[in-house]
Design a protein around this ligand. Structure first.
Ligand SMILES: Cc1cc2nc3c(=O)[nH]c(=O)nc-3n(C[C@H](O)[C@H](O)[C@H](O)COP(=O)(O)O)c2cc1C
Length: 194
């Protein structure tokens, strides 16, 4: 089992990263191979809408730090996306990565019943932290992106979300969320219950 984990927060010890590390440590303990990238440490641009990935290439034309990450997505079994909420959205680091996944779609993706260049059956784990304690605020973020990744052939995603955490480390007080990170790792590593 190969797990690729992308950290979308600029805070190395931030709340979303703490949850992601808890997930990854548990998965490692169960024998998974885990690769973690902190997006903030990489140099890359957002999608340039050049459409090279639709007209002449099978992958993104940009040759920057994200090229390797996108290649790792192709070979992973589980993709973990960990992000804070910034202005009601995923962080810009995460959004730019997501825009670049446009290169996973085939040229005829609008009409093709199998529009994705990725092998089907990958699993998505979304980790979201936000300062706002009201769970109804920004609860649209996960379903929106989950739908895009299903389009790429992913199974229905898992969500680990904590609201009302502002400062780095605040999430440590949310035992249920840390336990959910562990339980989700056990679930995806056992291949169970989708
Ligand atoms: C630029 C910026 C924008 C933010 N926007 C929001 C927001 O719209 N809603 C919210 O609930 N929290 C917002 N926050 C708070 C973060 O979501 C919160 O601190 C979160 O726990 C950070 O996760 P991290 O520690 O993994 O970086 C914002 C924080 C920053 C720095």
């Amino acid at each position: 089992m190969k797990i690729l984990c992308l950290l979308g927060s600029p805070r190395p010890k931030g709340n979303s990263s703490i949850l992601a590390h808890r997930f990854c440590e548990t998965a490692k303990g169960l024998g998974a191979k885990v690769r973690i990238f902190s997006l903030n440490k990489l140099e890359y641009r957002g999608c340039q809408a050049c459409l090279a990935c639709k007209k002449k290439l099978e992958s993104c034309a940009l040759n920057d730090d994200l090229a390797r990450v996108l290649e790792e997505v192709r070979t992973c079994d589980v993709l973990v996306l960990a992000t804070p909420i910034y202005y009601g959205e995923v962080s810009s680091q995460m959004k730019a990565f997501i825009d670049r996944t446009f290169s996973f779609l085939k040229p005829d993706y609008v009409s093709n019943p199998r529009p994705s260049r990725l092998d089907p059956g990958k699993r998505l784990v979304f980790i979201i932290t936000q300062g706002q304690p009201d769970e109804l605020q920004f609860d649209d973020v996960f379903p929106r992106y989950d739908a895009f990744f299903r389009w790429y052939g992913f199974e229905a995603g898992e969500l680990i979300r904590v609201c009302g955490v502002m400062d780095p480390g605040d999430v440590e007080a949310h035992r249920e969320a840390l336990e959910l990170a562990e339980a989700t790792a056990r679930k995806v590593c056992s291949g169970g219950e989708r």
